[in-house]
Design a protein around this ligand. Structure first.
Ligand code: SIN
Length: 276
C-alpha cells in the first residue's frame, strides 16, 4: 500500500496517508499502523471511502466490536455502528441540546464492566467550520503529577453509571446500568504505563466518597492536568477514520457550530479488557 505516518502533535496522534482500508492491508503496513497506535494513542486514516460493511471490516482489523447503549442511534442492519448526527440530538432534562461527546472530557462507555479499548470515528458529514474533537494523552497527564498525588490517586476507584438521557432506553438502562467499579489510575496492558481513566458524566462517585465531593475532586484534577501541551485538537476532513485508545486518552467533541447544519460521525467501539 505504501503508507506514510506523520505525527499530529508532540503529545498524541498520528496521521496515516496512503492507506485504503476498503482493500486488504499488508502485514507490514498493519504492523507499522499498530506501532503508531501504541506510541501515539490516536491514529487518523485520511481520505477513506467506506460503506458500512467496509468500515466494519476495517475496524475489525483492530479487534471485535462491542455493543453500544445509544439504542436510538444504531444503524439499521449494522447495529455495531452508532450514527451520531447533530441534527438528531434530543434535548436533555434541562432542555439543552448538547451533541454526543460534547459535555465533558471523557473516555467511552465506562459503565461497562469491560469498557472499549478503542473508539473508531468515521467522518461522514461536517459543518462548514467547527466541530473539531480534542484528545488528551492521559499518560502524560498522570506523569505530570507530584509523586505524593500519584500515590493518593492510585488508591481511588470510580463507580460508573449510565446517564439519564432520552436516547438511552429502558432496556439499555437495565442491561448497562450495573455500576461497575474501575481504578481511577489504570495501567495500559501493552505498555505498562499508567493513565488517569475517568468519564466525569458517568461518575456516580468515588468509592468511599460522596458524589459531590467525588465530582469536585475529578473536576479539580482534570482542570489541573488538561494543559495544551498534552492535547491535540483534530480538525476533521470528510473521509477521516480516527481510532483513539480509550485506555489512555480522554476526548471532547466541540460544539461550536449550528447543530442543524449537520455533523455526522459513524462510531464503532472495540472491545477491551477489564481495567486494572
Ligand atoms: C464521542 O465522544 O464518542 C463522539 C466524539 C465526536 O463526535 O467527535
Amino acid at each position: 500500500m505504501g503508507i506514510s505516518i506523520n505525527p499530529l502533535s508532540n503529545a498524541i496522534g498520528s496521521e496515516i496517508l496512503g492507506a485504503d482500508l476498503s482493500q486488504p492491508v499488508s502485514s507490514e503496513d498493519f504492523s507499522a499502523i499498530n506501532s503508531a497506535m501504541k506510541k501515539s494513542l490516536v491514529v487518523v486514516f485520511r481520505g477513506q471511502k467506506l460503506e458500512p460493511n467496509n468500515l466494519l471490516s476495517a475496524v475489525h482489523l483492530f479487534g471485535d466490536t462491542m455493543e453500544q447503549h445509544l439504542t436510538d442511534t444504531l444503524m439499521e442492519g449494522h447495529p455495531e455502528i452508532a450514527v451520531l448526527d447533530s441534527r438528531e440530538m434530543p434535548p436533555d432534562k434541562e432542555g439543552k441540546i448538547i451533541p454526543f461527546g460534547g459535555r465533558d472530557w471523557h473516555t467511552d462507555h465506562t459503565n461497562h464492566e469491560i469498557p472499549p479499548k478503542f473508539t473508531a470515528l468515521y467522518a461522514i458529514k461536517l459543518p462548514a467550520s467547527g466541530g473539531d474533537t480534542s484528545f488528551a494523552n492521559m499518560h502524560l497527564a498522570f506523569d505530570s503529577l507530584p509523586s505524593s498525588e500519584k500515590v493518593k490517586l492510585s488508591s481511588l476507584e470510580t463507580v460508573n453509571k449510565i446517564e439519564d438521557f432520552a436516547y438511552i432506553d429502558e432496556a439499555a438502562r437495565e442491561k448497562f446500568g450495573q455500576l461497575p467499579i474501575h481504578p481511577l489510575i489504570r495501567t495500559h496492558p501493552d505498555t505498562g504505563r499508567k493513565a488517569i481513566y475517568v468519564h466525569p458524566g458517568k461518575l456516580e462517585k468515588l468509592v468511599g466518597m460522596e458524589p459531590a465531593e467525588s465530582q469536585q475532586l475529578i473536576q479539580n484534577l482534570l482542570e489541573k492536568v488538561l494543559t495544551p501541551d498534552i492535547c491535540y485538537r483534530h480538525k476533521w476532513k470528510e473521509g477521516d477514520l480516527l481510532l483513539c485508545d480509550n485506555r489512555a486518552v480522554l476526548h471532547l467533541a466541540h460544539h461550536d457550530y449550528d447543530l442543524k447544519e449537520g455533523r455526522i460521525m459513524h462510531r464503532i467501539l472495540i472491545k477491551g479488557e477489564r481495567p486494572v
